[in-house]
Design a protein around this ligand. Structure first.
Ligand SMILES: C[S@@+](CC[C@H](N)C(=O)[O-])C[C@H]1O[C@@H](n2cnc3c(N)ncnc32)[C@H](O)[C@@H]1O
Length: 450
């Protein structure tokens, strides 16, 4: 294929536009997928990376040729495999790793090394795939599914996978178990967990760093998501989400709420979910999203980051106009005094930089099977109940009583369509229980009269 044979032709095509560059890399991917041309295509990518070797050149390459290939240094995070770096490419129509990603990766690294070893894992919103690949390279899971709704992100992730599974000469790199990254990783186009749910894949770990701001232009989100959609629209999927029909939509957290509910359905009972949570709505709101769904959360890591310059927070200002809720921003990185979205927006407009907290939460189901039963029941049209459901209990003994009761109620209601009335005298069994209780604990000599 000409695109891979001559670097000059390849670059000429990339220079035309972002869409053209994507087209050129799709041809490279086809060659990587074919075992007979794989090594040659990998060597071509090494040559391409060398040509734009230093940081400045690679930045210019992004501007001029609409792609960038660079190394991500893993230094202290080597894990089971002693890899020092990963080589990753990006194009403008997908998410370009920045503070959000690195904080998320930092949080993942706060877990013991055994967290992903031999586990089946999914990453929601994998972008260019670097975190999925890093998980596979560092912790040797049995399989990691990197999932993203942006079709271009999925294709670039596959290129990144081949780039790291093979060395610069195009030879496979085997880990200590004799496997390559190609044995451990798959990337798929998927709206959150749809790919795994539809194939009944039982996951032990779900990790995700997905958008947490409502698109300021709601109509924009109704467009069809295909690889031929505009670059601007595809890139906007990295920062914004649409309304999802959950109460948490009001804080921009609807997509996270849906991810948690899909996760509850798909994850193994003792599984762990790890989410990157922007602290803009306030820590209380973030924790509550999980806890009211019967999920216990532990904060693995927290930092403060500058609000991404390309993300418009005016949707949050609108929410503040119509509710008493106040979002939580800070002026610069040093201030600890929170300011609301309206003030933050005005401060940003006046040239100031605003920041917000970013935390990585580890989540486990409190009473896994019961919580799964409750959600399985509620997914069939109990919208009001779902919105007001509250499975957060301060006292464990109360949770131990109420969650199984609700699960039992859900399983009974699932089987019956009528309300089972007892005769006018009331349930004899129930009366017996009361009588037993009165006799045992209060020494009142009662019987359940027939
Ligand atoms: C902030 S980026 C994170 C990318 C990557 N994990 C990283 O750290 O570099 C969020 C990603 O979520 C993806 N995304 C948005 N909505 C999604 C959905 N409904 N299902 C799956 N992925 C989604 C976007 O396309 C984007 O790649």
């Amino acid at each position: 294929m000409a695109a891979v044979c001559s670097m000059e032709d390849f670059l000429k095509q990339c220079e035309q536009s972002g869409d053209a560059a994507y087209g050129a890399f799709r041809s490279v991917l086809e060659r990587l997928e074919d075992p007979t041309t794989r090594a040659q295509a990998r060597i071509f990518l090494s040559a391409l990376q060398k040509r734009f070797g230093n940081e400045e050149a690679s930045e210019k390459c992004l501007e001029k040729f609409h792609f960038r290939i660079e190394d991500i240094v893993l230094d202290q995070y080597e894990g089971y495999q002693k890899r020092k770096k990963l080589t990753m490419m990006v194009i403008p129509s997908i998410f370009i790793p920045e503070d959000w990603s690195f904080t998320f990766y930092e949080g993942l690294n706060r877990n013991p090394d055994s967290i992903f070893k031999d586990k089946t894992v999914a990453e929601l919103g994998c972008g260019n795939g670097w975190i999925t690949i890093a998980i596979a390279a560092k912790w040797l899971p049995s399989k990691v599914y990197g999932l993203d709704i942006n079709p271009r992100a999925v294709k670039i992730s596959w290129i990144n996978l081949y780039m790291n599974a093979l060395d610069e000469e195009g030879l496979p790199i085997h880990d200590e178990e004799g496997k390559t990254l190609l044995d451990r990783v798959e990337f798929h186009e998927s709206d959150l967990l749809a790919y795994c749910r539809d194939r009944n894949i039982k996951l032990e770990r779900i990790v995700g760093c997905i958008p947490q701001i409502l698109n300021p232009n709601p109509d924009a989100m109704s467009k069809l998501i295909t690889e031929n959609a505009s670059e601007e629209f595809l890139h906007s999927l990295s920062n914004y989400c649409a309304l999802q029909g959950f109460v948490e939509d009001q804080f921009g957290l609807g997509l996270i709420a849906r991810a948690v509910e899909e996760g509850i359905a798909v994850i193994q009972p003792m599984g762990i979910m790890i989410f990157n949570m922007g602290g803009r709505p306030g820590q209380g709101v973030c924790r509550r999203l999980f806890e009211r769904r019967g999920v216990r959360v532990t904060k693995l890591w927290q930092t403060k980051i500058l609000q991404a310059a390309d993300t418009d927070i005016s949707a949050l200002v609108e929410i503040e106009k119509n509710s008493p809720h106040r979002f939580e921003f800070f002026m610069g990185l040093a201030s600890d005094q929170p300011i609301c979205a309206r003030t933050a927006w005005a401060y940003g407009k006046a040239g100031g930089r605003i920041s917000h907290a970013l935390s990585v939460y580890s989540c486990q189901l409190r009473q896994p099977n019961q919580v799964k039963t409750i959600f399985e029941f509620l997914k069939n049209g109990f919208h009001d109940v779902s919105s007001s459901l509250d499975l957060s209990f301060e006292d464990d003994s109360v949770a131990d009583e109420k969650i199984p009761f609700l699960a039992y109620l859900a399983s009974v209601l699932k089987e019956t369509s009528t309300f089972p009335y007892e005769p006018p005298a009331g349930s004899r069994r129930f009366r017996s229980l009361i009588a037993d209780f009165m006799r045992t604990y209060h020494h009142v000599p009662l019987r359940a009269d027939s």
